[in-house]
Design a protein around this ligand. Structure first.
Ligand code: AMP
Ligand code: GLY
Length: 431
């Protein structure tokens, strides 16, 4: 039977999801998003421009195309109850209901949930419902703390004292920002990595670890972004971690799935590998962007089969991943994220990207070409036997894009940066 799959969202992550769905012979893809992603447009049988948080509009479109399944990309849609609405309309949503998505969308809930359910890896934390109390707590703290607004901030709301800001700057940030409620927590020190698990009916399947690069500039300098690029290895671990670290991280995800039996969709663990093992920086209730672009291109099991099994309540298939490393690099407009300049021509497309995959994000497709807007523009993904091979493939595609008006973190996936990560972990572990 042909499945009619509605994809919600129009970024690089969703282009990767679209490609994975479209890979199946018996899938017909439709998409809806607030922007028009030319990569998704080229794959989809239909594409409607709607606000991703407008649950009624998404359901109307799902019904009009006869969707039998849906996949939700962005967290804002989950927070707005789009998965609830699609399920209510009889269109299975691979994405959690708003209540369960609170594991991402409400950072106070996230920590309290961990504590209440004995989920390991929770840093010490306190929650505050007014800025004055949060600021007082920070002023009095002896240790460095991470400052987190309670709700969604597009990955840009966190400030870490001792890393991005001083304590005084942190206090000012709390008092001067528009946020009201905060979580202040122990600053975790180590190397970050992501594991995405596919979850349905109380069971789950894991995928290889990925490391994202949040900082805007090379050498991990500058403001936090949505993520500038990421890599994964040909194994499930990353070069700075052991198999035991990976297993320990999965045990944390396991505890979450056990405590949330109704959860479905992707459960994304953002871990800090500390000297004491993996701790949770945060959970997300969806694929990572960019991490989806590392994971889905090496998934050899048909993604549609996983979605159908999840919907039908069948055992999830065992997932096969190619033994390939991946390197993903985003091209972003000059000045991103603080002062982006739009309107640069994108000089590479999926056909001219050579061996690399090209995923569009926030771009505008006009008659005379594809142009940048003010958010991340497009990503290239190289695959190879080693991270170095994959990095070279990604760079080849970028060389074709030209650099006019664009910025890329060329250091992502390089031997030098990898060695720094390994040295950092060795130093923390006292090896
Ligand atoms: P989030 O928006 O929760 O993903 O946080 C953004 C970034 O802030 C993370 O990727 C980490 O680099 C950093 N961060 C968040 N919480 C902590 C913490 N407790 N300790 C150290 N860094 C953190
Ligand atoms: N890569 C970080 C995120 O998707 O939130």
């Amino acid at each position: 039977m042909t499945e009619t799959v509605l994809l919600v969202g129009g970024g690089g992550r969703e282009h990767a999801i679209a490609r994975a769905v479209d890979d199946a012979d018996d899938a017909e893809l439709y998409a809806c998003a607030s922007n028009r992603n030319p990569g998704i447009d080229a794959l989809a049988a239909g594409y409607e421009t709607v606000e991703e948080t407008d649950a009624d509009a998404v359901v109307d479109y799902a019904e009009s195309v006869g969707a039998t399944l849906s996949v939700i990309g962005p967290e804002a849609a989950l927070a707005a109850g789009v998965a609830d609405a699609l399920d209510d309309a009889g269109v299975y949503a691979f994405g959690p209901h708003a209540e369960e998505a609170r594991i991402e969308t409400d950072k106070a809930f996230q920590r309290e949930f961990m504590e209440d359910n004995d989920v390991p890896g929770c840093p010490a934390y306190e929650t505050f419902d007014d800025p004055e109390a949060a600021a007082d707590h920070l002023r009095d703290a002896d240790e460095d703390l991470a400052i987190k607004p309670r709700g969604l901030t597009g990955g840009k709301g966190v400030r870490v004292v001792g890393d991005q800001v001083t304590k005084a700057e942190g206090v000012d940030y709390i008092l001067e920002s528009d946020y009201e409620e905060f979580v202040l927590e122990e600053r975790l020190v180590g190397e970050e990595f992501t594991i995405q698990a596919f979850v349905a009916d109380g069971s789950y399947r894991v995928s290889p670890a990925v490391q994202d690069h949040k900082r805007a500039y090379e050498g991990d300098e500058g403001p936090n972004t949505g993520g500038m690029g990421s890599y994964s290895d040909a194994t499930f671990e990353l070069p700075f971690m052991t198999e035991a670290d990976y297993t320990e991280a999965v045990e944390i995800l396991d505890a979450v799935v056990e405590a949330l039996p109704g959860y479905k969709g992707v459960l994304y663990g953002q871990f800090m590998l500390t000297a004491e093992g993996p701790k949770i920086v945060e959970f997300n209730a969806r694929f990572g962007d960019p991490e989806a672009m590392n994971t889905l291109p090496v998934l050899e099991t048909e993604f549609l089969d996983l979605l159908v099994a999840a919907r039908d309540g069948d055992d999830l298939p065992e997932l096969e991943f190619a033994d390939r490393a991946t390197v993903c690099k985003y091209a972003v407009p000059d000045g991103y994220p603080t002062d982006p300049t739009a309107g640069a021509r994108v000089g590479v497309d999926p056909e001219s990207a050579g061996e690399a995959l090209l995923f569009y994000a926030s771009v505008e497709s006009r008659e005379d070409g594809v142009f940048t807007t003010t958010s991340r523009s497009f990503a290239v993904v190289g695959r190879g036997e080693t991270i170095a091979d994959a990095e070279a493939v990604a760079e080849e595609a970028l060389a074709r894009a030209g650099e006019e008006g664009l910025r890329v973190r060329h250091d992502i996936g390089t031997a030098e940066l990898l060695q720094q990560r390994i040295d950092h972990m060795n130093e923390l572990r006292g090896d």
